[in-house]
Design a protein around this ligand. Structure first.
Ligand code: AMP
Ligand code: AMP
Length: 341
């Protein structure tokens, strides 16, 4: 295969999360683009010139319809993002027969909070303490449901009485009780190329979560007597950079996570975009609260490039575009199998 083959391929994704960034990047790299859009978002996606084709579905959860429609298209490569698991579920993601950018085995390690923790620990990453027995708990804690829900439904408990009160209204059976780390949240978006074996820091951001990030706007005396609890529902993202002296550790963490994944997952590990969601404590330790094995929405802050991608590229390089670039390089080298599942 040669250079001209790029234009033969269509980069496709589901219409939500970071779809605009992904398809803009694909168009910038010379691919055709396609979006699978729910009926009520078609008018919205039609606004963007870089989207060549729109396939319409009633809902993004219609796995069979989506797969059926995509199978009728030629040379499609599907780019997963946060909505793939949220709407299709991990099992359906694994079943998808359309060429898929990334390693689907990673889903198993990410979905299961025990396996995810094991992976991070093997990579020498600090993780918050987790408690199995109620009697062992040291407070404050955050109680988390399973699965990618964007922080929805989590609760904070300051002590045992608080925990007992709140757990009664908790609707999920599968949850974890985790030490609440007090510090600055920082989400690092990486890209690992299985072709060059290089890791890149693409960007950093912090999520803006309601209402935990806005409580500081009301002074404590104004909150007293009101029944306000912190909630962690993500509504957007803000840019952030890290002290340069912490950057070597940030790079090293990314490398360690990739190396550990190769060992744990048997050869081919994590590649492409991924994110370490961290909280940094006053003693400048980075605790990882979650790993995401695909593009995260906070990278859409940097469709025009980030302070970190600018260090490596003389052109705007978003994570979406970096994915398309990797596919393009793989096509040129005849190594597409290295990046698809
Ligand atoms: P949506 O397209 O808004 O329905 O979101 C689809 C999935 O992606 C949901 O699970 C959201 O929680 C998650 N999501 C959307 N935007 C963000 C964001 N900025 N940061 C983290 N997760 C997000
Ligand atoms: P997650 O779904 O793990 O990304 O968590 C959603 C949000 O909950 C994060 O962005 C943080 O604001 C908060 N959070 C999660 N785990 C912790 C923790 N151990 N300590 C403090 N805050 C946390």
């Amino acid at each position: 295969m040669g250079k001209d083959d790029t234009a033969k391929y269509t980069i496709a994704t589901l219409g939500s999360h970071s779809a605009l960034q992904i398809l803009k990047g694909a168009k910038d790299e010379g691919f055709k683009t396609l979006i699978v859009s729910p009926l009520d978002r078609v008018d919205f996606y039609q606004r963007f010139k870089f989207i060549d084709k729109i396939l319409t579905v009633k809902s993004l959860s219609e796995y069979e319809v989506i797969e059926g429609k995509l199978k009728q298209e030629k040379d499609v490569i599907l780019i997963p993002h946060g909505s793939f698991v949220a709407y299709l579920g991990a099992e359906n993601n694994k079943k998808l027969q359309i060429p898929y950018f990334g390693n689907k085995t990673v889903l198993d390690w990410e979905q299961d909070r025990i396996m995810q923790r094991d992976w991070l620990k093997k990579a020498g990453i600090n993780v918050p303490r987790q408690f199995d027995e109620l009697d062992d708990v040291t407070y404050p804690v955050i109680v988390k449901t399973y699965g990618a829900a964007g922080g929805k439904g989590y609760f904070y408990a300051r002590d045992k009485a608080d925990f007992k009160k709140k757990i009664k209204n908790f609707k999920t059976e599968q949850y974890v009780i985790q030490e609440y780390i007090i510090g600055v949240t920082l989400y690092v978006a990486y890209f690992y190329s299985p072709i060059t074996n290089q890791i890149e820091v693409m960007s950093m951001d912090r999520r803006y979560e309601t209402n935990v990030d806005s409580l500081g706007r009301i002074p404590l005396h104004g909150q007293q007597g009101l029944d306000i609890e912190p909630s962690y529902v993500v509504v957007g993202n803000q840019p952030l950079i890290i002290r340069e002296s912490l950057l070597p550790e940030v790079y090293s963490m990314g490398e360690r996570v990739v190396e550990a994944s190769k060992k744990l997952m048997g050869g081919r590990g994590l590649f492409g975009p991924f994110c370490l969601e961290t909280v940094i404590t006053p003693d400048q330790r980075l605790f990882c609260i979650e790993i995401s094995g695909r593009i995260v929405a906070g990278t859409s802050l940097y469709i025009g490039g980030s302070p970190y991608s600018d260090l490596n590229y003389d052109e705007p390089m978003s994570t979406g575009r970096r994915i398309a670039r990797e596919i393009k390089i793989a096509i040129e080298k005849g190594e597409l199998d290295k990046v698809l599942d």
